[in-house]
Design a protein around this ligand. Sequence first.
Ligand SMILES: Nc1ncnc2c1ncn2[C@@H]1O[C@H](COP(=O)(O)OP(=O)(O)OP(=O)(O)O)[C@@H](O)[C@H]1O
Ligand SMILES: [Mg+2]
Length: 271
Amino acid sequence: MNSIKPPQVIVIASGKGGTGKSTLSINLSMALTELGKRVTLLDANLELPSIATLLNISPTYTLTDLIEGRCSIHEVIHCGPRGINFILGSTLPKPITNLGPAHHFGIVNAFNAIAEEMDILIVDTAPGINKSVFNFIRASQDILLVTRSEPTAIASTNALLNALHLDYNLQNFKILVNMTSNRYEGRAVFEKLLKMNMHMTDLFLNYAGYVLESTSARSAAIKGQALFSLYPKSEFAQDIRRLALTINRWPIRNTPTGDIEFFVESLIRNT
Ligand SMILES: Nc1ncnc2c1ncn2[C@@H]1O[C@H](COP(=O)(O)OP(=O)(O)OP(=O)(O)O)[C@@H](O)[C@H]1O
Ligand SMILES: [Mg+2]
């Protein structure tokens, strides 16, 4: 039996595009690293990968190179700013029909080997729920839904969590409200979501907190730097640190070892 403790896999998803998933994934990875966690960030937005752009990095090897055998697992992991490691996304060739069993096994094994080297895997996804996003969500222990405060964003968050609950039987969701104008707005949005789902007794929503709208986000993006490293003392960085501390308190589910295999299976299959 495998005795390695599997990494905690946290997927970041949203009903609507542009809620801040990629921005939060990067900055949160940095804050978790600051707490002493070994974090790997996977850009699983296969429709529009953006981690490389946000960090102003020219991709060398991406997921496609790994899956198509052009690089090793260690070569696909890039060392990023502030000690984070990341795996860049790419539009995967669809479908991967030529993946022989030995190759398939090789990829799963490779991920298994690096599982030892990480405590947390953060998975940034595309907005909405297509097959690929669902596979990533299903394979993760914790689902962090990022919403904004506008009614349309709340409605699409509600639609996403209802689809995940009713169609796929998922029950636990953490809600983060991004780009709020004050500290109370996040809780109010969460209360609305709770009220909308009061009738569902087997749905469990948890408030993960809020992140204030930052006036420096635009300039950080233009500089190709993460806000957290550019302005480590800003209110934004404090919000992200609070989120990292919240995540640190989430109970680690005692899922069987082999979780990472399940995750990689999903990665390969969604292509
Ligand atoms: N807390 C924040 N304050 C201000 N601007 C923010 C904040 N979070 C994200 N943004 C900005 O919102 C925009 C969208 O962010 P981002 O690309 O991270 O969203 P996304 O959810 O990953 O989008 P997509 O769904 O297209 O993948 C970016 O311009 C980013 O700089
Ligand atoms: Mg994104």
